[in-house]
Design a protein around this ligand. Structure first.
Ligand SMILES: O=C(O)C(=O)[C@H](O)CO
Ligand code: MG
Length: 260
């Protein structure tokens, strides 16, 4: 079964954040993800999701000063304390929200030995903090060609080498099909090969990062294929709708019906 989650940081953005939860449920989603919940009360988010029968499937650890261009701090030696306080804050939210996956963003930093050591240690710290609560820690290679130039890892191989050095069973790859199309292509074969390492998938079309059907990726074929490979996790719709979010959900109807 293809399980789609609405990404509330990018979808239904004409509504206030909490109201996006209702909109996602009304559109037929059974799961939601978002970047950062921290300016809202965890109890309010949890109550709203519960009332709408929605599972909260993923959000990010605090990622530094986003407004000033930071995109995570996991690999930044000067912000180790902040990263670890953020891991504890994220865990508190995740427990209240019943969320089982948290994404740690590495940030923009060259892949030199000091930054890598910092990242490996921070990922290990957070994974160990989350493990007793049944929570997985995810890292996601992000394309450096269009979206985040200078991001610490932009290929599945680079992210997996970090996870293998960390060596914790509750660390997984967040495979964002959009980023991986930009950096690697050969999506079906790569997803099949990486499946045992993948803890969460996200999607958008390319170019433009809008909904499936607006670009070059054949999601009509790829989503059932991923399902047939045996992937049973969530697929987050992390795209910027080309127009009205609900009006652009035609592509998702067969899959939203499946989760209903
Ligand atoms: O940029 C992305 O693709 C992500 O998934 C980051 O977590 C930002 O939400
Ligand atoms: Mg993503």
């Amino acid at each position: 079964m293809v399980k789609l989650a609405a990404n509330l940081s990018l979808m239904f953005t004409h509504l206030a954040f909490l109201d996006r939860i209702n909109a996602a449920a009304d559109a037929g989603f059974r799961g939601v993800e978002f970047m950062f919940p921290y300016e809202f009360s965890a109890d309010e988010i949890a109550a709203r999701a519960a009332r709408n029968g929605l599972e909260i499937v993923l959000f990010n650890l605090p990622a530094g000063d986003w407004e000033r261009g930071q995109r995570g701090i996991g690999a930044l030696p000067d912000q180790i304390d902040e990263c670890r306080r953020g891991a504890a804050w994220a865990l508190d939210y995740a427990r209240r929200l019943g969320c089982r996956r948290l994404h740690l963003m590495a940030g923009k930093a060259p892949a030199d030995p000091r930054n890598r050591r910092t990242l490996v240690d921070n990922v290990a710290f957070a994974a160990d903090l989350f493990a007793p609560h049944g929570i997985d820690l995810l890292i996601e290679p992000i394309n450096t060609r269009v979206d985040i130039p200078g991001y610490f890892y932009s290929t599945s191989e680079a992210a997996l080498s970090v996870l293998s050095e960390v060596g914790r069973p509750n660390t997984k790859l967040q495979y964002d099909i959009y980023h991986m199309q930009v950096m690697e292509g050969d999506l079906a074969r790569n997803i099949e090969r990486l499946l045992p390492e993948i803890g969460h998938i996200q999607l958008a079309d390319n170019p433009g990062r809008a909904e499936p059907g607006t670009g070059e990726i054949n999601y009509t074929w790829l989503l059932p294929h991923i399902d047939a490979l045996g992937y049973s996790g969530w697929i987050g719709c992390e795209y910027r709708p080309a127009g009205d979010t609900a009006a652009g959900l035609g592509w998702a109807e067969p899959f939203l019906n499946q989760t209903g």
